[in-house]
Design a protein around this ligand. Structure first.
Ligand code: MTE
Ligand code: MO
Length: 512
């Protein structure tokens, strides 16, 4: 049978087989080193696949495969990766055959794989591992040039034996790589939405969009804050631990019908569910502080739920399981969102697991975490922080942060940061390097695709820095054309105002 196959494939069967084994081994090697991260060729391939598949096809796949859509995309991506590294290795083997020297094939397979996979993932170590393993497989099975100068003669018996060894070896290696890779996969305490091994496809598309639109800033996050880096503020020393099955949201007070929502009911509202970029900022945030972040949130708009309860009052008090509470106009709640997912994962405990409220455009404190009750009332009242002198239930104030300053290495300095103005959006950021005498327009990150404007943008500005010291000032203008006020105030009681300014000394940034 082996002989037949060999004939059928024009003498390339063995080479193709070795290529395939090298492909499998290479993907395993990549996983062993990278685990399930962006460094793994399969994860990158999955992003490339999703981003290059027309939305209509993705929707079709999701409709027909439902919860199997994600595993299907991932398995396809892994198979494509095997085909890619296998193809590159096969290419190496074919090149090598013409050189007619031992190990030339392996070197070609190694170089080709290292180049292409590094270009894809941008992670050198894991790509090197993939290339090393693929090249190794090719070297191992390169029996042909043992007698240098002697014309190549196929030896089917040697090939058959080695093919069997290769298969056994690869199965063993795959098992070991799986264990190594699992060990390397960062343990996030929250599982992915839909119980998959990666974010839902639509969320992945948004995360990739944010990744692509992010500006490179040395000391500031991208357009999406990672879970764990997203700021956390609450009144608790130990956060509530609320079981998903036991979670209830009660709609009470001035309503036609008091209604209760369970977690299952909420998460099965698939027709209403959405994924949205929403930024948050604490009213207590210093002018250039870091209590400001952005994520992709998954949840359901509150409007239909408020409707269903038949709310008929002007205000609503939102209560958390930690007895934190806050009052906002009912209108504001109607535009809100009940979130149970963050960056493709179940909402983490520190951000309000299992469900929190998000009220676009408003200060952080009204985004009640571990929410248990919305109580419709006729009059405005003080919330937890309002009783302590704050006034943080209104709309956020605009700010352009200067979070990052770095020497670019060619005499230029780059400053940058994030600008956010809630529902008013960010149109421009201007930068002064002379304390506000003269102004230049900064580069802005492309807008993220959202319904409202409640999402931050990054800005960056580079200049030739020849002086000892610069006083850098940043200011923004919102989408309605309103400039940010210059007038300074501290964060208490209703949020900091003024232009951020920061002294930048190029030499202390490591510039020679
Ligand atoms: N239940 C509850 N919700 C809460 C708080 C809290 O202490 N308890 N803190 C609020 C404040 S002051 C802010 S700024 C945001 C912060 O949300 P984050 O921790 O997810 O960033 O949550 C708000 N929601
Ligand atoms: Mo806050």
């Amino acid at each position: 049978m082996y002989g037949k196959l060999r004939e059928l494939t024009g003498g390339y069967f063995y080479q193709a087989f070795v290529g395939l084994v090298a492909g499998i081994a290479g993907v395993c090697g990549s996983f062993a080193v990278a685990g399930s991260t962006q460094g793994f060729v399969g994860v990158r391939m999955s992003s490339i696949l999703i981003n290059n598949t027309p939305g209509s096809v993705v929707d079709l796949v999701l409709e027909n495969l439902g919860k199997y859509g994600q595993p299907f995309a991932f398995v396809s991506a892994v198979l494509l990766s095997v085909a890619l590294i296998g193809g590159l290795s096969f290419g190496g083997i074919v090149f090598g055959r013409y050189a007619n020297r031992k190990y030339v094939s392996a070197v070609f397979a190694f170089l080709l794989t290292a180049l292409v996979v590094t270009a894809m993932t941008g992670v050198f170590v894991a790509s090197f591992a993939a290339a090393f393993v693929a090249g190794g497989v090719v070297a191992l099975f390169d029996y042909r040039y043992e007698d240098e100068g002697v014309e190549f003669q196929p030896k089917p018996d040697v090939e058959r034996r080695r093919a069997l060894q290769a298969s056994a070896g690869t199965i063993g290696f795959a098992g070991a790589s799986y264990l190594a890779g699992r060990f390397r996969t960062p343990m996030d305490d929250e599982e992915f939405l839909g119980r998959g091994s990666s974010p839902p496809l639509e969320v992945q598309r948004m995360l990739d969009e944010a990744d692509e639109k992010s500006l490179e800033l040395a000391d500031a996050p991208g357009l999406v804050s990672e879970i764990g880096e997203f700021y956390q503020i609450d009144i608790n020393t130990v956060n509530p631990r609320v079981n998903r099955d036991e979670w209830r949201l009660n709609f009470t007070g001035q309503v036609d019908d008091e209604t209760t929502l369970t977690y299952d009911e909420l998460t099965s509202m698939t027709d209403e569910s959405e994924h949205r970029f929403i930024s948050l900022r604490c009213v207590g945030d210093d002018l250039n502080g870091r209590q400001m972040d952005n994520s992709v949130w998954t949840g359901v708009p509150l409007e239909p739920l408020v409707e269903e309860a038949g709310a008929n009052s002007d205000y609503v008090v939102m209560h958390g399981y930690d007895d934190f509470f806050n009052t906002v106009p009912t209108e504001v709640l109607r535009n809100g969102f009940l979130a149970y997912g963050m960056n493709g994962r179940l909402l983490p405990r520190g951000h309000g697991h299992p469900v929190r409220i998000l009220l676009p455009g408003h200060w952080g404190e009204v985004n009640v975490k571990w929410v248990r009750e919305v109580e419709f009332v006729s009059e405005d009242g003080d919330g937890y922080w309002e009783r302590r002198g704050w006034d943080g239930t209104g709309r956020v104030k605009p700010v352009a942060k200067i979070w990052s300053a770095e020497a670019l290495g060619d005499g230029r300095v780059r400053v940058g940061g994030h600008a956010y103005a809630g529902l008013d959006g960010v149109r421009t950021v201007e930068v002064s390097t002379d304390g506000g005498e003269t102004w230049n327009e900064a580069t802005l990150s492309e807008r993220l695709d959202t319904e409202d404007r409640d999402v931050w943008r990054q800005w960056a500005y580079d200049w030739e820095a020849e002086e000892e010291e610069y006083e850098v000032v940043a200011r923004m203008t919102d989408d309605n054309g309103n400039p940010q006020t210059e007038e300074r105030s501290g964060s208490s009681p209703d949020g900091a105002t003024g232009w951020v300014s920061r002294t930048v000394r190029p030499h202390s940034l490591g510039m020679s």
